[in-house]
Write a protein that binds this ligand. Structure first.
Ligand code: IMP
Length: 177
């Protein structure tokens, strides 16, 4: 039984798990002999990133960054860094791991910020992609699932800090928004 505030389960947990394993295998192949650093974007990346790296069969390091939009629920692209990386990423092969790319404004800001630190390469891995909402083009190297323009929660994604613990991606009922 889904949570009472969930309208519909969009992606069940077993589909997520299979897709995460497939993405991890591809990343392990693509980054063989590279100096891979995962940069997780908190907090939404938490479940995806931890499941993903368990399936990576090569040396890699993991770091986190936490960003906050300045205003409202709608992304404005005006972003503040709440927690910065601990590591120097110069000459590293950086893979940014996000829960969802929606307008793309947050990722656009983040990529521009990280590129100033001169990584050898930088690419994006997102669990969910809402392409119909894009305001700025983002090159996405690895995407779990393309989803329609609906507000979703679960598997790390929240609404007012709730529902991150749900083991599936679900559409939130309008009455709960
Ligand atoms: P963007 O800047 O519009 O691409 O928004 C990116 C951020 O907005 C994501 O990292 C999420 O934290 C949040 N977000 C966008 N869409 C959703 C959604 O459907 N559910 C939960 N959070 C979302």
């Amino acid at each position: 039984m889904p949570h009472k505030n969930i309208e519909e389960i969009l992606i069940p947990g077993n589909r997520i798990n299979k897709r995460v394993v497939a993405i991890a295998r591809k990343i392990s192949r693509d980054y063989r002999n590279k100096d891979l650093v995962f940069v997780g974007v908190l907090k939404g990346c938490a479940l995806f990133l931890s499941d993903l790296i368990k399936e990576i069969n090569m040396d890699c390091s993991v770091d986190f960054i936490c960003l906050s939009s300045y205003s409202g629920a709608q992304s404005t692209g005006v972003v503040r860094t709440i927690l910065d990386l601990r590591q120097n990423i110069e000459n590293k092969d950086v893979l940014v791991v996000e829960d969802i790319v929606d307008s793309g404004l947050t990722m656009n800001y983040l990529l521009r910020n990280l590129k100033t630190r001169r990584p050898r390469s930088i690419r994006v891995c997102t669990l969910l992609d809402k392409p119909s909402c894009r305001k700025v083009s983002i090159p996405i190297a690895y995407a779990g699932f393309k989803i329609p323009n609906k507000f979703v929660v679960g598997y790390g994604l929240d609404h007012n800090e709730l529902y991150r613990n749900l083991p599936y991606i679900g559409v939130l009922k309008n009455s709960a928004i």
